[in-house]
Design a protein around this ligand. Sequence first.
Ligand code: NAD
Length: 423
Amino acid sequence: MAAARSVGMEAEVCRALHADLAKPYTESYIALVKSSCKFALKNLKKWMKPQKVTAPLMTFPSTARVAAEPLGVVLIISAWNYPFLLSIDPIIGAIAAGNAVVLKPSEVAPATSSLLAELLPRYVDGSCIKVVEGGVAETTTLLEQKWDKIFYTGNGKVGRIVMASAAKHLTPVVLELGGKCPVVVDSNVNLHVTAKRIAAGKWGCNNGQACISPDFIITTKSFAPKLLEALEKVLEKFYGRDPLRSSDLSRIVNSNHFNRLKNLMDDENVSNKIVFGGQRDEHQLKIAPTIFMDVPLDSEIMKEEIFGPLLPIITVDKIHESFALINSMTKPLAAYLFTKDSKLQEQYEVAISAGGMLVNDTAVHLTNQYLPFGGVGESGMGAYHGRFSFEAFSHKKAVLVRRFAGEAAARYPPYSPAKLKIL
Ligand code: NAD
């Protein structure tokens, strides 16, 4: 079994992820959680250190600094697709910044949720970190309480519920949401590497059930057949001729999501546009990597976040037409571009607003602890990872310390034009 390669509690985590999603061991991302911990431990002293700032003449003599302080008690609500990573990673930032935490894992990944509820009290200070399991009713009750920050990962519809509840107590929020992540593929690329990296970010990330998975491709009409052929070759190499039997492909999380994806595939506007894949097994909740060519832009599959193994390719005459198409949609969590053309790279960076941007690869920007991870517009607000996690859970307090010298008479009444001149 996949988890056999890991040891101790790691094996337990892998087993739970496998029970929830048939997630392959390599996609458990335990190494990411570890590196996030190590990074915080290594840098915490530096992050905590108050930052000296300039003290202007107006307050002379004085010293000034920005001091980080904990917010208090924070609520972390996590999602089912990476139920371990998305629970522990925000906790690392929250406790590094000195907060107490209540974690509400996703009920949609029940094995991981109950494992977190069992393991965390065993290894961490229970007065500092608590786990509350449950679904909508329990989350609603949690949201009625007053928190010092709410960190929510999930879809935008619930994000709005979270924000409305937080507003009642003026509680700040971080919303880690999703969206349709575009991949623009120019013809000036290394085709084989491009196909592998798109496939790794799509099907190699929880079979497309990842917030930063490529949602659709835009390429030119003339290049699309070559790209499709390269993707087909790569997919056959990765998952064999019968991908439904591959243990390297996660399953769909539950029958609700399976049916949602099935409806997207069976939509009469797009079902005849399938050019690769299309196999599915309702019993095993498995759907094979499936590629569509030139679906109508007003079809459901192009309107909602796919969050699964379906990948439409949209073709345009000139690659620059992709900019207008992306900008006609809501701002994505990640925007990808494959090209060797540095001018096109620059233009893409300036023209496209997205939570994050990655050129010539997909998804791996998430692993860079020096980059903020978060959305913009409909894909969310706030960010975390590395120092940004510490900051997300800290208040930056302005501290100014004066001495008793340095009195300016003009500051005090009775005011007079003569005193004003001195100012
Ligand atoms: P989900 O169903 O696990 O829901 C997330 C959390 O919201 C759960 O803990 C759940 O209990 C709670 N919840 C659900 N309905 C609720 C309600 N009515 N009131 C209060 N709480 C409620 O996860 P999901 O929303 O299906 O997750 C998928 C979405 O999350 C996608 O849009 C994806 O892009 C996004 N996502 C974003 C990130 C990120 O880091 N930005 C990461 C993973 C997933």
